[in-house]
Ligand binder design. Structure first.
Ligand SMILES: Cc1cc2nc3c(=O)[nH]c(=O)nc-3n(C[C@H](O)[C@H](O)[C@H](O)COP(=O)(O)OP(=O)(O)OC[C@H]3O[C@@H](n4cnc5c(N)ncnc54)[C@H](O)[C@@H]3O)c2cc1C
Length: 498
């Protein structure tokens, strides 16, 4: 059995571990933290559970792509999903005006056309392009060798706003269609339209929350990994990938013990991977420099709300709110106008829930705002930091209460995480929400390859293909194809879904 050491137990690391363990590799996943899951982690306070990262997923109905991937990973029957309202899974509020996103292309077009009747034909054209992008990817359609590179390339090189403003002529509808842009931290003139299209298609097909929280995904994957003889070791920080003159030979853990490996797969932020490879000449300086200079998505500031019992009706949709007249540019603020926008969601504790026990408000925050505390660690940031985050949490709650008057009276406790928390809990650079930022102005120089120059060192996770539930899993398939061949992987996924 070939030994594979995977660094990082987020969705990328765990799913890669499952695929390889299923295929006869001897897998060990190393996790620096106390808990597995990375962005799938949850935490408890006063007996109540909160999700820290992933909150909802799409395309999970029978026959849809995420459903097929979950079945291949053998966790489809271990997760309980709760469907968001089909006629309104997202509500977009721009300057007080509200717009609903409905599931299914036809319903989506009809819903949007009811607000913007003159744009019906343009909406049809927009949806056709979104559809052509998602079906041009062989991994999304599971048709081996059917990738349409022309479509992929065109929309990877054109920005979201460029394409939308070309098709849609109503300025407000142009903004409504990017109302969920915090899901991919899009920036005007930078983020490729293809990212927008994949996410629009993913959630438009169907949208669900995890009943009981996102860590159920991590636990289910870890169980499958163990079933195939693999293991996950927490409190095991990979401090170095050890190489000889030609290849990697093992991984140093916590600066002490060494675990020998035939293959090393890093499922961490690529800058962390470069740090672990800092003492080998096998990585070219130009590659290191490029990886270390790719821009990151903006950081996230989250306020976790613990509601009084039976006080807040469960909201079966996500609420995206913009205090100005546009979703664009919320990452550009000065402190006096923060927050320009936020995303508000409830967590699903049980099916058919009537009241919410917890909710989360997520807004952008740049790591530079936290400069005085850069060198601090979790739980040791001092009272000035506590005051800073408390004051910003209160501002976010007040902003929310303008849309949901009186909600603050139903909050029993609240807790906060800042970009520093994300940085320290997951290793994401600068506390960035989704790792590296895809940027049309950088082209291929802004992408992270899954292969390195070291023949047995690979990368996986959200920075390879894309972030999010499906983005990460597609990245896993791409990386695992190096060991198993892509044709064989496709056959396995198709076979698992027969
Ligand atoms: C606030 C937020 C909300 C989100 N909401 C959604 C959503 O609703 N739907 C959706 O689909 N996606 C969502 N995402 C994105 C999604 O959660 C991520 O893209 C995905 O979970 C990332 O998985 P990953 O494995 O690439 O990285 P991570 O989850 O970051 O995992 C990396 C792991 O590597 C570990 N690690 C780092 N360095 C080392 C080391 N040296 N040694 C050992 N371990 C190490 C870290 O501790 C961490 O556990 C959200 C993300 C955030 C931050």
């Amino acid at each position: 059995m070939k030994k594979v050491v995977i660094i990082g137990s987020g969705l990328g690391g765990l799913s890669t571990g499952v695929v390889l363990a299923k295929n006869g590799y001897d897998v060990t996943v190393l996790e620096q933290g106390n808990q597995i899951g990375g962005c799938l982690q949850c935490f408890y306070r006063h007996g109540v559970k909160f999700e820290t990262g992933m909150h909802f997923v799409g395309s999970a109905d029978e026959g849809q792509i995420l459903n097929k991937m979950l079945r291949y990973l053998e966790i489809d029957d271990k997760l309980l999903l709760s469907r968001l309202d089909v006629d309104c899974y997202n509500v977009i509020s721009i300057n007080g005006q509200k717009f609903n996103y409905a599931n299914g292309q036809e319903a989506f077009i009809n819903q949007m056309a009811s607000y913007f009747p003159s744009q019906t034909d343009n909406l049809v054209q927009y949806c056709q392009i979104v559809n052509s992008i998602s079906t041009s990817s062989s991994l999304h359609t599971l048709k081996y060798d059917s990738t349409d590179n022309t479509i992929n390339t065109e929309y990877q090189l054109r920005s979201v706003n460029d394409v939308i403003e070309h098709i849609i002529t109503d300025p407000l509808l142009q903004k409504v269609l990017v109302g969920d842009l915090p899901l991919y931290a899009a920036e005007r003139d930078k983020t490729p339209f293809s990212i927008h299209a994949f996410i629009m298609d993913f959630y438009n097909q169907s949208a669900f929350r995890f009943v009981g929280g996102s860590n159920t995904v991590a636990n289910a994957l870890a169980n499958v990994l163990e079933k195939y003889g693999g293991e996950v070791c927490t409190r095991s920080k990979a401090t170095r990938i050890i190489c000889n003159d030609t290849r990697a030979i093992g991984v140093e853990i916590n600066g002490e013990q060494v675990l020998a490996a035939d293959y090393v797969i890093s499922a961490t932020h690529p800058m962390r991977t470069m740090e672990m490879l800092s003492d080998t000449h096998l990585i070219r300086p130009a590659f290191r420099k490029r990886i270390n200079s790719i821009p990151q998505t903006v950081g996230g500031f989250s306020v976790y709300l613990h509601f009084k019992e039976n006080a807040v009706p469960y909201m079966n949709h996500n609420f995206f709110c913009y205090n100005t007249d546009t979703p664009w540019g919320c990452e550009q603020y000065d402190d006096s106008i923060w927050p320009k926008g936020y995303l508000y969601m409830h967590m699903c504790d049980k099916p058919l829930q009537q009241f919410a026990r917890t909710g989360v408000i997520i807004s952008y925050m740049r790591i530079e705002d936290l400069k005085p505390w850069w060198h601090t660690s979790v739980g040791h940031r001092g009272t000035e930091y506590e005051t800073f985050v408390h004051e910003h949490a209160m501002r976010l709650i007040q902003s929310l209460c303008k849309q949901f008057p009186g909600l603050d009276k139903n909050i029993e406790h609240f807790y906060v995480s800042s970009p520093l928390s994300y940085r320290d809990y997951t290793g994401t650079e600068g506390g960035s929400l989704y790792g590296i930022a895809k940027d049309v102005t950088l082209g291929s120089a802004g992408r992270v390859p899954h292969k390195t120059r070291i023949p047995n060192v690979f990368m996986t996770g959200q920075n390879i293909n894309s972030h999010g539930m499906l983005g990460c899993i597609v990245g896993t398939m791409v990386t695992c194809s190096e060991l198993l061949t892509s044709k064989y992987m496709y056959e396995q996924i198709v076979e698992a879904n027969k």
